[in-house]
Design a protein around this ligand. Structure first.
Ligand code: AMP
Length: 278
């Protein structure tokens, strides 16, 4: 496995790779969820590149950026063990030198849920992905449904800007308790980690109730909210049912099959998000 640090490194590798290349964008502190993206990348392409870059422009909270878990040595040895071909892990000034002006504005899918709660977040995501897509020119890029809204925004960006790459969707990888795997879970105490499982319990309850024929959003969300309320330390920001396609909020009676339920909230100092197809 080759570790790439500079733009010259990544350009050289891109010239050398003759077959297809899949890119897995991450912010590091890798876990099983990231490795499931790697497996999909392997199925799609001959060569697999991870990038590990904690992108400052997508953090709207300086403390969140400062406290974001980082363990680059461990990440690199994990990826080496798993047989990834390349890891691109540039310093911040390598990516942003000479480009502090041009920004990519996300489509209107960025105006709900995480959008108002994290101003500037999706603009930071879209801008940094453009930089990485231009440098790496991958044939495939793998994104997790864990960040479903991000994945949909990236799909639209690729379509709108006529980018020549295919976005591959990876299902959410969960711990045994049901908690969606996340680098941020490392910041939870053992006790909090146990409590965080109410999030997936609430989402699963909503899914099950809908499967049994309950279509009123108010009833579904009230039931989910009651499960969340079992952990008073959990401070929900939103629990909402939205179209899986245009992400518009569903209010009233669900009329089609294609919905997802989305959650964001904080447990102690850690902000958690999750979602589930219902
Ligand atoms: P991150 O390092 O958190 O920015 O995540 C990098 C990529 O991994 C994103 O596409 C995430 O959606 C994806 N990812 C993170 N956690 C999971 C998970 N538990 N299941 C599936 N994909 C995930």
């Amino acid at each position: 496995m080759e570790v790439l640090k500079t733009i010259a490194d990544v350009r050289r590798v891109r010239r050398e790779v003759t077959g297809s290349l899949a890119l897995v964008p991450t912010m590091g502190a890798l876990h099983q969820g990231h490795l499931s993206l790697m497996n999909l990348a392997r199925e799609k392409a001959e060569k697999v590149m991870f990038y590990i870059f904690v992108n400052p422009t997508q953090f709207n909270n300086p403390d969140d950026l400062k406290n974001y878990p980082r363990d680059i040595e461990r990440d690199i040895s994990l990826l080496r063990e798993k047989g990834v071909d390349y890891v691109f892990t540039p310093d911040v000034d390598v990516i942003y030198a000479g480009n502090m002006g041009t920004k990519v504005i996300p489509c209107s899918l960025g105006e709900v849920m995480e959008g108002p709660n994290r101003p500037g977040h999706f603009q930071g995501v879209c801008t940094v992905l453009n930089i990485f897509f231009n440098l790496v020119r991958p044939d495939f890029a793998v994104f997790g449904e864990k960040d479903y809204q991000q994945m949909r925004i990236v799909e639209e960006m690729v379509k709108d800007l006529r980018m020549d790459l295919e976005i591959v969707r990876a299902p959410i990888s969960r711990e045994e308790s049901g908690l969606a795997r996340s680098s941020r879970n490392e910041l939870l105490s053992m006790e909090e980690r146990g409590k965080a499982k109410v999030i997936s319990e609430a989402l699963s309850l909503i899914k099950d109730m809908k499967a049994q024929g309950e279509l009123k959003t108010e009833v579904l969300l009230r039931a989910g909210g009651q499960v969340l309320a079992r952990v008073p330390e959990l401070k929900p920001e939103y629990l909402t049912i939205n179209s899986a396609v245009d992400l518009k909020e569903a209010n009233g009676v669900l009329d089609r099959a294609d919905y997802r339920v989305f959650f964001a909230g904080s447990l102690g100092k850690v902000r958690l998000i999750d979602n589930m197809g219902i």
